[in-house]
Design a binder for this molecule. Structure first.
Ligand code: MG
Length: 252
């Protein structure tokens, strides 16, 4: 059996800094959302992200990470995650997922939203709302005494009940003084498995939900992930701390 590193329990000071990082990131993403309109290119979205990060006097977590070239992952329609900003223009009816990570005083925060551009088909709108609500269902299981896979199971069961599918190949993760810490947090699986949740654990929970089948394909750039059936996909992510009273969303 593979031995895994233990899940770090954050101190009060750590959580204070992660709370600040989350606050900064959520205001960056909120402001970024206002610029997501018909006619903008995905690389313009990245430039805006870069400026917002610089203005907030924090550092981008993704640029340079394993060679990733930009501050934001921008994934349109059939792109699931890790879209590299390009000259692709957003059109009426598209959906766009923006995933942004920042580093504040050596503490990381990670957040993603999917936004509709103009007039989006009702079924695709529902895909976005189910992904966001699935994330919130998962987060709600972030109680001390629950097990890690209670989060996973809550997401999968909600999403599948609504007729959508959950991507298997990419998962959420612990986060703190590194972007990716233990544990991996799948968005699917049976309940009551895995480590017990404890106060002070901090997770980036991030369901990727497909309109069609859950299968994906990694493109030749080595980053961009698309749905195999080329139907749309949505992605929402929050950084969350487990407190004695339950989950606290740091990127709200
Ligand atoms: Mg993440």
């Amino acid at each position: 059996m593979q031995t895994k590193k233990p899940i770090k329990i954050k101190t009060k000071e750590d959580i204070k800094a992660l709370r600040e990082a989350g606050k900064i990131l959520s205001s960056i993403v909120k402001e970024l959302q206002c610029s997501l309109k018909t006619g903008i290119t995905t690389s313009e979205i990245d430039s805006i992200t870069e400026k917002l990060i610089a203005d907030a006097k924090v550092r981008p977590a993704f640029k340079g990470y394993r060679g990733f070239p930009s501050c934001a992952c921008v994934s349109v329609n059939e792109e699931v995650v890790h879209g590299i900003p390009s000259e692709r223009v957003l059109c009426d009816g598209d959906i766009v997922s923006v995933d942004v990570g920042i580093i504040y005083n050596n503490y990381y925060s990670d957040m993603a939203v999917t936004v509709g551009i103009g007039d989006v088909l009702p079924k695709v709108k529902q895909l976005m709302s189910v992904t966001r609500d699935g994330l919130l269902r998962g987060i709600a299981k972030g109680m001390p005494g629950n097990h890690l896979s209670d989060i996973s199971h809550a997401i999968q069961s909600f999403v599948e009940e609504k007729g959508f599918s959950v991507v298997r190949d990419f998962v959420g993760h612990g986060i703190g003084t590194a972007l990716h810490e233990e544990p991996e947090i799948p968005n699917f699986g049976p309940p009551h498995r895995g480590p017990e949740l404890k106060e002070g654990m901090v997770f980036a929970i991030e369901p990727m939900v497909n309109l069609g089948s859950w299968q994906i394909q990694i493109m030749e750039d080595g980053w961009t992930v698309k749905t195999l059936d080329r139907k749309p996909s949505a992605h929402f992510e929050h950084t969350v701390v487990i407190t004695e009273n339950g989950p606290e969303i740091l990127t709200r």
